[in-house]
Ligand binder design. Structure first.
Ligand SMILES: Cc1ncc(COP(=O)(O)O)c(C=O)c1O
Length: 318
């Protein structure tokens, strides 16, 4: 019994020979997904690989390595700790952008490392300006505007105050981006709402440009927006789910289906394969039940393989 516990938490995690399950992450599948996204967006826009949530569960360090080999040099994280993990594993020159959480005390380190971050309220804006002034390094900011997602982003009513702050402090700010996020771009039923959000983003953009503010990149599109609303592509797309081989929804897949190559219907490939070791084989007769709570009934005579579900995992990159 103790031995079993040791197997899960102990030494053997280091030993793939003893792991009973292996998660394989396919670099080839990732390249294919990026190739497909590239074919959709054309040669110019930057692809930012969204590696939030430990790269949607695939592992930040593994995905950063795979993505860089596939030519991706821009990464989006949720938080500063993820950004620092990307920083540690990425090549010099790769860009890192924090979409969400950071502590103001971390600003100095992030600015010194050249990590860019979303700015969606005056507290973060003012804190970043103060740090930039103190260390004489401009902060790389993405100004996020609220267009209908209602998560983060400056409201329209703050545009004058915001523009003034950005102009007054222009020597301490690198305006890396003007951005927003669409609510429900993955569902056709939100068509009108997304179109309204796009229009609202353009109002912000025109307003800031009218005030002489220049941004390095305009970026708004996640996977679904990239695939379904091509006008949202602009200078950069932030690709999460599609990079990992999933369509954002069935609707997005069906919407694209007719444009896809005939003999190769689905261009997106899953990255993960779970391989496990069969522990035992058993014959089960038709009508017999299997498992806790009799959760499965054999509809015919079957041969069943039993493998270990809660297990030691080894992560392999192929
Ligand atoms: C701001 C932002 N952009 C892009 C993405 C990527 O979205 P998707 O996985 O649908 O491509 C996310 C994901 O959560 C996000 O929060």
């Amino acid at each position: 019994m103790l031995k079993g516990i040791d197997l899960i938490f102990g030494l053997n995690l280091q030993n793939p020979m003893i792991a009973t399950s292996i998660l394989e992450i396919s670099a080839k599948a990732y390249r294919q997904n990026i190739k497909y996204i590239r074919s959709e967006i054309g040669p110019e826009p930057v692809i930012s690989a969204v590696v939030k949530g430990n790269a949607y569960g695939h592992g930040i360090s593994q995905i950063v390595e795979i993505a860089e080999k596939a030519g991706v040099r821009h990464f989006s994280t949720f938080s500063s700790d993820e950004a620092l993990e990307v920083f540690q594993h990425s090549k010099k020159g790769s860009q890192i952008m924090i979409l969400g959480m950071l502590y103001l005390e971390e600003l100095e380190e992030l600015i010194r490392k050249g990590i860019s971050f979303y700015v969606f309220d005056f507290e973060r804006l003012e804190a970043a300006i103060a740090v930039s002034k103190a260390i004489q390094i401009p902060a790389k900011m993405h100004i996020e505007v609220e267009t209908g997602f209602h998560r983060t982003g400056f409201d329209w009513k703050f545009r004058e105050r915001l523009a003034l702050k950005l102009i007054e402090n222009s020597s301490f700010i690198t305006l890396e981006g003007l951005c927003t996020h669409y609510a429900g771009a993955e569902s056709v039923s939100n068509f009108v709402r997304v179109k309204k959000q796009i229009a609202s983003y353009h109002e912000f953009k025109d307003f800031f440009l009218g005030h002489g503010l220049a941004f390095n990149k305009f970026h708004t599109a996640c996977s679904a927006a990239t695939l379904i609303f091509p006008e949202t592509i602009m200078d950069m797309v932030r690709i999460g789910i599609a990079g990992y081989g999933f369509w954002p929804t069935k609707e997005t897949y069906f919407a694209k289906l007719q444009d896809l190559p005939k003999n190769n219907k689905n261009p997106l490939r899953r990255l993960i394969t779970w391989k496990s070791t069969v522990m035992s084989l058993k014959d089960v007769k038709m009508g017999e039940f299997v498992g806790y709570g009799n959760s499965y009934m054999a509809l015919t005579d079957i041969k069943m393989a039993i493998y270990q579900l809660v297990t030691v995992m080894d992560l392999a990159v192929s």
